[in-house]
Ligand binder design. Structure first.
Ligand SMILES: [Zn+2]
Length: 185
């Protein structure tokens, strides 16, 4: 492509700064860099440009190598394999809850609980009953009063549903969940 554009020729290894910029423009118009996610490849194929797998993945022109969407995909796969479809997440900020709703497809049902508001014991028990996994998202907006409600209620078989993730960020939350799922009961 660069040869066609007259920016280099066979056997030439170096390029001037001035040409470098033009070369980047030429390649940007003709190529679409994608990562290994099938959705990104499909997007690249539909772009009208030639798809090229970029490395590292943050070159991906669709997702920018976003950890979040990758983590969601991994969690979805793990849940599907284990027949889990209901997820309770206690804690996080309103913004983060919105983002989770947006990221996680409908096949994984979410119940997102505000960790700053008192949760009646009956409700906490209902969450433990309903959810296949109940995540207590520490290091975020989660009051001890609320998390204790769940810990105290999670006895017997419910105990195994409870997962603590004392880390910020959606990618970290999902990574913690994935570790829990892979470890198995
Ligand atoms: Zn991508």
């Amino acid at each position: 492509m660069l040869e066609t554009a007259g920016l280099t020729r066979a056997g030439k290894a170096r390029m001037s700064n001035e040409k470098l910029e033009r070369a980047a423009t030429v390649l940007g118009e003709k190529l679409f860099l994608h990562c290994t996610q099938p959705e990104c490849l499909a997007f690249a194929q539909a772009s009208g440009r030639e798809p090229v797998q970029g490395e590292p993945r943050n070159f991906c022109q669709r997702c920018g190598g976003s950890d979040n969407s990758r983590a969601v995909k991994d969690v979805l796969d793990a849940c599907r394999q284990r027949g889990l479809s209901k997820l309770v997440i206690v804690g996080g900020s309103p913004t983060v809850r919105q983002e989770l709703e947006r990221l996680v497809p409908g096949e994984l049902e979410l119940r997102l609980v505000d960790g700053t508001k008192a949760r009646p014991l009956d409700q906490a028990k209902a969450d433990l009953q309903w959810g296949d996994v109940v995540l207590l998202w520490g290091a975020t907006e989660l009051h001890h009063k609320v998390s204790n409600q769940y810990q105290d209620s999670a006895t017997g078989a419910w105990k195994r549903k409870l997962v603590h993730v004392p880390k910020r960020g959606i990618a970290q939350l999902l990574a913690g969940l994935l570790t829990h799922l892979q470890r198995g009961p």
